[in-house]
Design a protein around this ligand. Structure first.
Ligand SMILES: [Zn+2]
Length: 175
C-alpha cells in the first residue's frame, strides 16, 4: 500500500511536469477537468474559458488549447475548443463502455493484479472493486472520475481518447 502511494505520487509528479501543470490536486467540484484535458494535436494542456452572458442559457464553459494563441508571427495550435458538457458526457460514456465490457476489463485487471508493477497491481484491485457491482450511470460522478481517469485527450471538439489510470485507452466521438 505504502509503495503504491509513493508510485502514485511519482506518477502525478511526472504528469504535472510533462504537461507543465502547476498542480493536479486543485481540481474541484466546479472544475474537475483542470489539468486533465490534453490537446490531441500538440500535447499541451487545455485551459478553461467561461463565456459569460447575462442570459444564463448562453453561459457556458469551454476548454481550449493553451497553445492556441502563440507568440507573434507563429501560428498557434489549430485544435478546436471543446464544450465542458462534452467532457462530462464523454466520462459517462466511458464508464458505461466499461460496464458493457465488464468481462473484458475484469480479465484484464485480474492479470493486472499479477503485475510486477505495484501501482498497476494496486489500480487493478481498485478497478475491480469499483466495477464489481457498478451499474451504468446517467450523470457525471466526480469520485468515479478521479479514481478512474488519468486524462482526456481531445481532438476538434468531439473526438476524445480517455486514458484510464491503469493505462487503458477508450476512444469515443461525441455527436
Ligand atoms: Zn494544441
Amino acid at each position: 500500500m505504502w509503495e503504491a502511494v509513493q508510485l502514485e505520487l511519482e506518477r502525478r509528479r511526472a504528469f504535472v511536469q510533462k504537461y507543465g501543470i502547476k498542480k493536479l490536486d486543485y481540481a474541484t467540484i466546479k472544475n474537475p477537468f483542470a489539468g486533465r484535458v490534453i490537446c490531441g494535436y500538440c500535447g499541451s494542456v487545455f485551459g478553461r474559458k467561461v463565456w459569460n452572458s447575462n442570459d444564463e442559457r448562453f453561459r457556458r464553459s469551454v476548454w481550449r488549447c493553451n497553445n492556441k494563441y502563440k507568440v507573434k508571427g507563429k501560428k498557434g495550435c489549430e485544435n478546436k475548443h471543446i464544450d465542458d458538457k462534452v467532457l462530462y458526457q464523454a466520462f459517462v460514456n466511458t464508464f458505461n463502455v466499461m460496464i458493457e465490457n465488464k468481462d473484458y476489463f475484469m480479465d484484464k485487471w485480474k492479470e493486472g493484479i499479477k503485475s510486477e508493477n505495484t501501482l498497476i497491481r494496486y489500480k487493478s484491485k481498485q478497478f475491480i472493486e469499483i466495477l464489481k457491482n457498478a451499474k451504468p450511470i446517467e450523470k457525471f460522478d466526480m469520485d468515479l472520475f478521479f479514481s478512474i481517469v488519468e486524462k482526456m485527450v481531445v481532438f476538434d471538439g468531439k473526438k476524445i481518447i480517455v486514458r484510464l489510470l491503469d493505462g487503458t485507452e477508450i476512444e469515443g466521438v461525441i455527436k
